[in-house]
Design a protein around this ligand. Structure first.
Ligand code: NAD
Length: 477
């Protein structure tokens, strides 16, 4: 753990044996933060805050840009650590663990000397009224294991750029990239205490969200955990940003470029991160007239994907993150089969042979899925795709919106009118038409409904970390 300037290798949260998902073998025992380390980390952040807030904006900007430079310099190393900690394929981790976070630090570094208030023509008196965007103070950042450095780019870069100090709690399932990131921040000249990193599980998380010294919480994770975060935050009325799960619909209309739609549907549902991504389109909803053609292509393409060791450059689908996660997904598949939620078209089994030590699952497709089933309604966070059919635009929109989630939605059509109409009717914070962009730093990202609230990225993302102070100066003599 990094608390202030001090590296600590024991914690009151106990220890955790971190298992490599590709092999199922323990690769490192780590210390977990408990209430006492959280207390110290919050105190270190509080102490560092006044100076960090007062640092001239060009100096704060330059530190942010140096962090970005070091993320680029060490992308290969960070990517390797990322593959070891969560099993993501080594062909993908350079983007998630190096290039994308570096872009976030560059983008938000550029905001530091441009974050302005406004002058307001108040009335009825002669007066000068203006606003100052003020940082909150200490921000608690709690992140999941599926893309820790991308989450750090989204949250920590924006919070620091706005002048806050941060206590970052990565998941015990993927703590290593966050710790290496902390070393890079110190090397970049970030003053000690501005960023503190306290890996931990629920115990550390609970202590952090209920700590009275925390001024804002930015949380990414599952809905059940988010409820506990809100309960903890309620004790001190601490404001919270929630980035939660999803069950994104992917609508394919009969006039779509079907080859492109199928390639995207398969890649982003069962291949990318083995389906362990919040916004990934895990419900493919296809117009009746092209359903059979699409299903055939989807199954063929899925069966051609190489499942394997994440270090092998030929691997497209790596392991899922843990034994617990793997058996939970197997349970969802078994339940779907038992309930007849849909027709299992391919996959459905754990991969054996040379890969039996790790947590590998076959990419799995269910066809003609009932949208009210558990399979179609719950976030699985694994390589499982549900395919459904629709007859017309109204039915497509109604199926897409028939979920408690509202993170992403996707539309494939070559008809501009259909595209615009459907986009307006979909309940989602992010919508991709005929494609998918991997969270560009200058565009807002976040959910509606039970996918959360608050936005990351773009100007919305930095505004989450400031509060307007209004100043009124009476000019009447
Ligand atoms: P999780 O909810 O189990 O854990 C998230 C984080 O919360 C971890 O750091 C965990 O240690 C911590 N935590 C656990 N109990 C806590 C408590 N009582 N108080 C405070 N913190 C606590 O989620 P996960 O399994 O790590 O991640 C998967 C989930 O994250 C999925 O639902 C996924 O959709 C979501 N996710 C969302 C986004 C997004 O941007 N919307 C991005 C990535 C992942």
């Amino acid at each position: 753990m990094l608390i202030g300037a001090e590296w600590i290798s024991e914690g009151t949260g106990g220890r955790y044996d971190h298992v490599n998902p590709a092999t199922g073998k323990v690769q490192r025992s780590i210390a977990l933060a408990g209430p006492s380390e959280i207390d110290r980390a919050v105190a270190a952040a509080r102490t560092a805050f006044p100076k960090w807030k007062a640092l001239p904006s060009n100096q704060r900007r330059d530190i942010m840009l140096r962090i970005a430079e070091l993320l680029r310099r060490d992308t290969d190393e960070l990517a390797g650590i990322a593959t070891l900690e969560n099993g993501a394929p080594s062909t993908f981790t350079p983007i998630l663990a190096g290039e994308l976070p570096a872009e976030y630090f560059t983008y938000y570094g550029g905001w530091v000397d441009k974050l302005c208030g406004e002058a307001i023509p108040v009335y009825p008196m002669q007066a000068l009224d203006y606003t100052i965007p003020e940082p909150y103070g200490v921000v608690a950042v709690i992140i999941p294991w599926n893309g820790p450095l991308t989450s750090i780019g989204q949250k920590v870069a924006a919070a620091l750029a706005a002048g806050n100090c941060v206590v970052l709690k990565p998941s015990e399932l993927a703590p290593f990239t966050s710790l290496r990131f902390a070393e890079l921040c110190l090397e970049a000249g970030l003053p000690p205490g501005v960023l503190n990193v306290v890996p931990g599980g629920p115990k550390g998380g609970e202590a952090l969200v209920s700590h009275p010294g925390v001024d804002k919480i930015s949380f990414t994770g599952g809905g059940a955990t988010a409820t506990k975060v809100l309960q903890g935050a309620a004790k001190s009325l601490t404001p919270v940003i929630l980035e939660l799960g999803g069950k994104s619909a992917n609508l394919v209309f009969e006039d779509a470029d079907l080859d492109k739609a199928v390639a995207m549907a398969v890649q982003t549902s069962v291949a990318t991160l083995s389906g362990q991504g919040c916004v990934l389109p895990t419900r493919l909803i296809v117009q009746d007239s092209v359903y059979d053609e699409v299903i055939e292509q989807v199954v063929d393409l899925t069966e051609s994907l190489t499942v394997g060791d994440p270090w092998d450059p030929a691997t497209v689908v790596g392991p899922v993150v843990s034994a617990h996660h793997c058996s939970r997904i197997e349970g969802v598949i078994a339940r779907a089969r038992q309930e007849g939620a849909g027709e299992l078209l391919t996959g459905g089994e754990r991969v054996g042979g040379e890969l039996s030590g790790g947590y590998y699952l076959q990419p799995t497709i269910f066809g003609d899925v009932d949208n009210r089933s558990h399979l179609a309604q719950e976030e699985i966070f694994g390589p499982v795709l549900s395919v459904l059919r629709f007859r017309n635009e109204d039915e497509a929109v109604s199926l897409a919106n028939d979920t408690k989630y509202g993170l992403g939605a996707f539309v494939h059509t070559t008809n501009l009118t259909t595209a615009h109409n459907v986009v307006r009717r979909l309940d989602a914070g992010y919508i991709g038409v005929n494609g998918f962009a991997l969270m560009p730093p200058n565009a807002p990202f976040g959910g509606v409904k039970q996918s959360g609230y608050g936005r990351e990225g773009g100007s919305d993302g930095i505004r989450e970390f400031v509060q307007s102070k209004n100043v009124y100066i009476d000019l009447e003599s």
